[in-house]
Design a protein around this ligand. Structure first.
Ligand code: PQQ
Length: 246
């Protein structure tokens, strides 16, 4: 469809939602297989092992985002994201809940935490996200989390799909996603309000849209790599090999 001018916050939001509908990773074939019960336990292990690297890098990314702002109010607003993922003294965070998932799938914790077995493309894609928020404008750094607008749907699909299809999955191991159902909308709402208010020219609004496109590519690339390695069977040297592929 011919691009409409990004002459208002509403026009930008409409474009953002089109980008999400066309490009978010809920459309990826690997996710269709994951949520539809078509993967083996070993393939689900590979997904959780790789995704751990995304999880443990998110708070690093958010610390970089915070470092981009001289404005104290924005830093205060962003701060809870570090605790959401890292946890706090005596309080469990998202990374702990991710490790409950990898434990439940039978992966060794030390191996998961070492990130030794992840795919090279996982590492490169996730690091590109950190570099993006470091190198682009603070507005684009915030805009790059806007994929979270579309996350609650995929989390709900994943919880119900995985619980109904896999006998090795139970509500305890899915706690990470259950928690994100309330955390993600708050974060996405803030980011959307921020970009609506702070992108004031068509060029800035285009930069916001391009940040979202970049981020959908960060997510899509990780699933392409999983599909290539664990569905098509081309596991790169040094990466995790599920028992059934040994
Ligand atoms: N995205 C961010 C971010 O960009 O700051 C933080 C998160 C996401 C999470 O904490 C997530 O759990 C998460 N989960 C999914 C998913 O399971 O599909 C997607 C995304 C996303 O859209 O980036 C995030």
């Amino acid at each position: 469809s011919p691009a409409r001018p990004l002459d208002s916050a509403d026009a930008m939001e409409e474009r953002l939602r089109e980008i999400g509908a066309a490009r978010y990773h809920d459309r990826h074939p690997f996710h269709h297989m994951l949520h539809g019960g078509e993967l083996t336990r070993g393939q689900v292990q590979a997904w959780a092992l790789n995704r751990y690297y995304y999880q443990c890098t998110i708070p690093v990314k958010d610390a970089v985002v915070i470092s981009r702002f001289r404005d104290r109010a924005t830093r205060i607003e962003w701060r809870h994201r570090l605790e959401d993922h890292d946890g706090a003294e005596g309080a469990e965070g998202g990374i702990d809940r991710w490790l409950i998932l990898t434990d439940g799938l039978g992966l060794d914790r030390a191996y998961v935490e070492s990130t030794e077995g992840i795919l090279p493309a996982t590492r490169f894609a996730v690091e590109a996200y950190v570099h993006f928020v470091r190198d682009r404008s603070p507005l684009e750094a915030i805009a790059s989390c806007l994929t979270e607008l579309f996350a609650p749907n995929i989390h709900a699909t994943r919880i119900s799909g995985m619980l109904s299809h896999y006998d090795f999955v139970n509500p305890t191991v899915m706690a990470y996603f259950q928690r994100r159902l309330t955390q993600a909308p708050r974060d996405a709402d803030y980011a959307l309000r921020y970009v609506r208010e702070h992108a004031r020219t068509p060029e800035e609004r285009a930069a916001v849209c391009n940040a979202l496109i970049f981020k959908t590519q960060v997510l899509w690339t990780q699933l392409d790599a999983l599909h290539h390695a664990y569905v098509l069977g081309h596991v790169p040297p040094g990466a995790f090999v599920p028992e059934e592929m040994r």
